[in-house]
Design a protein around this ligand. Sequence first.
Ligand code: GCO
Ligand code: MG
Length: 408
Amino acid sequence: MKIVDAKVIVCSPGRNFVTLKLTTEDGVHGLGDATLNGRELAVAAYLQEHLVPLLIGRDARRIEDTWHYLYKGAYWRGGPVTMTAIAAVDTALWDIQGKALGVPVYQLLGGRARDSVMVYGHAHGDDVEETVASVARFVAAGYKAVRAQSGIPGLAATYGVAVAHSATTVGKSYEPAVRGLPVESLWSTEKYLETVPRLFARVRQELGADVHLLHDVHHRLTPNEAARLGKELEPYHLFWMEDPVPAESQESFRLIRRHTTTPIAVGEVFSSIYDCQQLIQEQLIDYVRATVVHAGGLTHLRRIAHLAELHHVRTGCHGATDLSPVCMAAALHFDLSVHNFGIQEYLPHNDDTDRVFPHAYTFADGAMHPGEAPGLGVDIDEALAATFPYQRAYLPVNRKLDGTLHSW
Ligand code: GCO
Ligand code: MG
């Protein structure tokens, strides 16, 4: 089953997506997401210039061998661009294999380990009360788990709080990438730490103990500040506190861990098992957020999950709207099949994106299912995609009140 064609498709139905489409001599095609938000064309060029020539003529069934060929064969290992490109190839090969055998990909991954996949949605509001109302709408819509982010008094814009009125809509996609040059937001750790415990006190008071509550710190704190926040949130029993500190130094998490039992989730920016090996082996985290597109595809993500399983760490795949429906489909096959699944992040894409990427996955009662279509169950309408050309876009940057650049 030789690969005879490999196409890199860049489109922007509301935001940029890079998709790899591989076709075999039998006419079977497979898709892989290759989107790296704000750095899309670097991955497109990596695929087009460096990987496509290696793929033509290869046997599409040799998924494991191809993974190592691309990883070890590059000599330069790892990093988000390389690993996103490898992920796209790997995902497309699993898709082809499923279609060739006539089964959904999860059947190739060991079959279903659960009936469906619990997801969490994003509630947010300009202030605490608006955010509480937004969480309530998610609960009323059937969500069992909700991430809550509130605007911070004294700061004009806050991570996780989308502009104007979108807090009133359940499941509406939150689009942090901005076309044109990066916008700058302002940050104050003091104001943030004062607001977040009040937010969760109010959410629990209004909505009771049943709903799973999550919060994303988005890499903004020091280990000691994160330890304080984790401690102050303990009475509200969060499902997780996400990315409390930047994770370049994995040992930072020892300090947080020593001080709080609030569960910790990390890893949406990780591209390989080596980024989280220490976090997992020392049990410094509870959930690993690596996902298919940025962590080397299904082949490598499963390795991360298997290591995590040995150390009581569960999965919680990143699922923001900058990950295309191709990644979402692949993540759902992974989630359904892996034993130590924890939760899946879910933000619905806009209508144009759903039309460009028709898909078999479904959402009901706070959970998702990848569907029973052979392969991943997702396609791309190339003609429609061509009507949405690439537009340069950046993620925001963040400065402290005195102008110092901070993590966004
Ligand atoms: C999340 C993430 C996103 C990222 C975005 C970057 O938890 O969903 O933090 O909001 O910021 O995916 O591209
Ligand atoms: Mg996050």
